[in-house]
Each structure stands twice: as structure tokens, then as C-alpha cells.
Design a protein around this ligand. Structure first.
Ligand code: MV4
Length: 494
């Protein structure tokens, strides 16, 4: 492979191109008018504007992207995550154009894209799954029967959904009919497929996913787990590897299940198998994501494996150069997603200009981003500014390094989720490792962040009062120095 087109934007486009560069492969960026000055466009060897800012007129135009690839003699297309990455028709069209799609086969994408066919495929391998309906529920009557035998609370899920989309909780049989009708009509309008199924509701679960890699020779390995339980409205906020609750035995059992899920669809490339882990540490297969995930860096940090390079080598037809026994967990890694959102105002996107943008640096810190100082955050896409990743010899070091990295990250011009992430990292429930997917709902309210700044304000005011007593003026340098310190001290008080 000599030239790869990256059908994506932002941090992931840049991250993919870096691996290409290391492998001596030329890169092509396709970009929308909103991204003309983005770092990924400058980094690419060639770049082509494919349309106006809305994704529907640019990053989602599969045929146009394939056309650009053909014109520039591209031999591989990497879709990144989001956009066209899980679109089996796009993968098939790329293949048909004589270009390698860097990802799984369209067949594997189709099987796993539909939750019911994914579960049916997994069932052949005896993968543990949440009790519920065996296939789609086609009538209210059948649904009620299954609901009563499953027990309450239960979930009605859309087969074409995933990632929490199209899920409805049902507490009592009396609500079932109404909820099912709503679920079917929502699924029909959102996905064009009204198929729904039932699962018992697992209360207080942890969300743990296993990274797998499969080559085109039938070899599949697992690269351990990522703990993704800290989520807000199905949006992951903090991810880490390894999980602090898995024993070596559960890790091995989950890993082997994940490999089997991969085998069930002849998986090729990098994929992620999602599980729920209940309070009794029983795990259940939920779904599989057939793409490189946002949080893949934590796996790279603890395994030393560049997942994008592996994806490219697999797409070239190479055999995996390691087997399961070669893979070991080394140290601990945490990732936080830095969003241009205001955590004190219901995480409302706060787009604008990054008037200050200074990244943290030093041992064990990785920043995957797609912005530079003075750039505008476009309103058209996901408001993620960066992924901040730390690595340490153990969890404690990774956490402390992350808090330090957050303190060293200077962003002005937009509100960000940095303060919120700092709050989570300093929370006892997080530090203890004893938390589930309800962490944010159970432990966070916006006042907790404003209290922090209020506390700072009070301390600053006290220093100010002391200075007035001491007859110092605001023009005095000492004032600046002392208020600077007061901020530092207030952080330490937390
Ligand atoms: C569940 C569940 C409880 N019981 N399924 C949400 C994302 C999608 N992948 C599946 N999800 C869930 N499925 C059963 N049978 C709870 C969730 C869930 C959740 C899962 C992982 C992380 C955060 C979550 C937040 C709410 C609900």
C-alpha cells in the first residue's frame, strides 16, 4: 500500500496519518470547507476539498470520496470512526472500485450492525447474553408473554440501534404496550427498521469492552479491556485500561468470548466487543463495534501496539506478527475527552475560538487533538477538542498524572469539560474503583464545579482584604503574585 486516503477529519484523521507516515505511506486528506485550515489537512501529502461544512454534503459523500481516491491513485481508504466507518455499503463500494477498505468485510459489518443478527451469530459460540427475547418481538401479545417470563425492569431495544439509541426501560407490565409501540415507531423513523427485542435490565452495570484484532488468515487475538463506565447520556467521558475490577480469570474469559464473537463473523481488522458486567461480576455480550474506537489509545498505551498500523498491515493481507501469549498488560492508562461544552450548563456545546490553547507535556502524557491556538471550533461536527491520555506504572500514577495534565492544559475562548473531568478523577468513588455506569447521575451536580470556583473566589477575596489592610495596591506586582498563589492554594484545598 503506497497511498491511503483518510475519510475523516480532526484528531482521528491526524492520528491515522501519523501511523501512515511512520510506515512510509503517503496520505490524502478529504476535507469540508469548514476544515480548510485544520492540522490534518496540512499534515496530509495531498488534500482535496469535497464540499460545504455539513457532513451530509462532505464527509458522508461516499461516492465523491471514492472518486477522489481513484483520481489520486489511492490504494487504501481508512474511515476512522463515525461518518462512513460502519457503513457496509460504503465498504462494499470501496472494494468494488478496486481500493482496499481498511476495516472489516461488509458482511461482518452487516452482521454486527444489526443487534439481533449479532446476538444470533454469538449464540452459536455460547457467549453469555442477558436473558430476554430470542429474536425480534413481532406483536404486543408475544412481547407481553416474553416480558412476563423475562421479569421487570426490562429494556426494549432497537435491533438497528446501538450505543444506547432506541432503548426504553419498562418497569411494569401495564406500561409494556405503550413503551413497545413507542420503541417500534422510534426505531422505524430513526433507522428505517422497527425490529425490537427484549432484555432484562441489568441494574448498576459496568461497561467493559474488549479490543480484538483479526487478520485475513483466521487469527484473532484480544488486547484486553477498556473500562468505559463513566458516561453521560451514552457519551463516554473517561476510559481506562485495564479495568480495576477484572480478575485475571474474568479477563481471560471475556477476552476469549470476544475472540469468539470475532470468529462468529470472520472478523478482520480492529474491532471492539462490548460487555456489561453486573454486581456479581457476571458478564454479558451486548454488541460489537466494527471500527477503530475513540478510546483506542488506552489499549495502545498498555500493550505497546499501534492499532492503526495493525489495521493497515491486516488490510495488506499480512498475518498478525504476535499471538495471544505475546500480549501482556503493562502499566495503566486513562483517557479523558476534552469537549467544548459547559459542564455547569448541562454540557451545552460552547463553540467559539480557542484564544488560548496550551497542551500539557511530559512523561506519560499523550494528546490526540486536531486543533491549534486561534482556531475556531466548527459548529457542524462533534465538539470534541482533544483526547488527553496518560500512562503510569499503576492506576494511582496514571490518575495523578492526569490531574497534573489537566492543571497544565490551558484553554480559553470556550468552556471545556476539563474541570468536570478533574472533579471525577478526584472523587473517592472513582479513585476507589467502585463505580458503575450511573456514576455521573449519582455523584455529579453542576454546583460542585461552581462551588470550586466560589471557594477560589472567597480565598482570593480574603487575600485581597489582607492586602488592603497591608496598604498594597492592585498595581503592585505582589498582588498578582499572591492571587496567583491563592488559586494554587485553593486547588490544594480540594
Ligand atoms: C443495557 C443496560 C442494562 N441492561 N442492557 C447502553 C449502551 C448500549 N450499548 C447498551 N446500553 C445498556 N444496555 C441491559 N440488558 C444498560 C445500558 C446502559 C449503559 C451501558 C453502558 C454504559 C452506560 C450505560 C448507561 C445507561 C444504560
Amino acid at each position: 500500500m503506497n497511498k491511503i486516503l483518510v475519510a475523516n477529519r480532526g484528531e482521528i484523521a491526524l492520528r491515522i496519518m501519523r501511523s501512515c507516515h511512520e510506515m512510509g505511506i503517503k496520505t490524502v486528506a478529504v476535507f469540508s470547507e469548514a476544515d480548510r485550515n485544520a492540522p490534518f489537512v496540512k499534515y496530509a501529502n495531498e488534500a482535496v476539498c469535497i464540499g460545504p461544512p455539513p457532513s451530509s454534503q462532505s464527509y458522508l459523500l461516499g461516492d465523491k470520496i471514492i472518486e477522489v481516491a481513484k483520481n489520486l491513485g489511492v490504494d487504501g481508504i481508512h474511515p476512522g470512526y463515525g461518518f462512513l466507518s460502519e457503513n457496509a455499503d460504503f465498504a462494499a463500494a470501496v472494494k468494488k472500485a478496486g481500493i482496499i477498505f481498511i476495516g472489516p468485510s461488509p458482511e461482518a459489518m452487516n452482521i454486527m450492525g444489526d443487534k439481533l443478527s449479532a446476538k444470533a451469530a454469538a449464540k452459536k459460540y455460547n457467549i453469555p447474553m442477558v436473558p430476554g427475547s430470542d429474536g425480534a418481538i413481532t406483536s404486543i401479545e408475544e412481547g407481553k408473554k416474553t416480558a412476563l417470563s423475562t421479569g421487570f425492569p426490562l429494556l426494549i431495544k432497537a435491533s438497528a440501534g446501538g450505543g444506547g439509541k432506541g432503548m426504553r426501560i419498562v418497569e411494569h407490565i401495564e406500561e409494556f404496550e405503550e413503551q413497545m409501540k413507542l420503541a417500534v415507531s422510534e426505531a422505524t423513523s430513526a433507522f428505517g427498521d422497527g425490529s425490537v427485542f427484549i432484555e432484562r435490565y441489568v441494574a448498576g452495570p459496568r461497561h467493559i469492552e474488549i479490543q480484538i484484532l483479526g487478520d485475513s488468515h483466521g487469527n484473532i487475538v484480544y488486547l484486553f479491556e477498556r473500562e468505559c463506565s463513566i458516561q453521560r447520556r451514552h457519551q463516554k467521558v473517561i476510559e481506562e485500561a485495564p479495568s480495576s475490577v477484572l480478575t485475571p480469570e474474568i479477563r481471560k474469559a471475556m477476552g476469549e468470548c470476544a475472540v469468539n464473537v470475532g470468529q462468529a463473523c470472520n472478523y478482520e481488522g480492529a474491532g471492539t466487543v462490548e460487555f456489561l458486567l453486573d454486581e456479581n461480576k457476571k458478564f454479558y455480550f451486548l454488541e460489537m463495534n466494527t471500527r477503530l474506537q475513540v478510546e483506542h489509545p488506552v489499549t495502545e498505551m498498555i500493550t505497546g501496539i499501534d492499532l492503526v498500523k495493525e489495521q493497515i498491515k491486516i488490510a495488506r493481507g499480512e498475518m498478525l506478527s504476535f499471538n495471544q501469549n505475546d500480549l501482556k498488560i503493562n502499566g495503566h492508562s486513562i483517557e479523558i475527552r476534552v469537549y467544548a461544552e459547559d459542564p455547569t450548563n448541562n454540557f451545552l456545546p460552547d463553540i467559539g475560538k480557542l484564544t488560548t490553547y496550551k497542551r500539557p507535556q511530559g512523561l506519560g502524557i499523550r494528546v490526540d487533538d486536531g486543533f491549534e491556538e486561534d482556531m475556531d471550533i466548527p459548529i457542524y461536527y462533534d465538539p470534541m477538542i482533544a483526547k488527553l491520555i496518560t500512562f503510569g506504572k499503576n492506576r494511582e500514577e496514571a490518575i495523578n498524572r492526569m490531574i497534573r495534565a489537566i492543571d497544565d492544559y490551558h484553554i480559553t475562548g470556550v468552556e471545556t469539560t476539563l474541570s468536570f473531568c478533574r472533579f471525577v478523577l478526584k472523587h473517592n468513588a472513582f479513585i476507589s474503583g467502585n463505580f458503575d455506569t450511573h456514576f455521573i447521575k449519582n455523584h455529579f451536580s453542576p454546583e460542585m464545579l461552581t462551588t470550586e470556583s466560589k471557594e477560589e473566589a472567597i480565598i482570593a477575596a480574603l487575600f485581597g482584604a489582607k492586602l488592603i489592610n497591608d496598604k498594597k495596591t492592585p498595581e503592585n506586582n505582589q498582588l498578582l503574585e499572591i492571587t496567583g498563589k491563592s488559586k494554587w492554594k485553593s486547588n490544594r484545598l480540594m
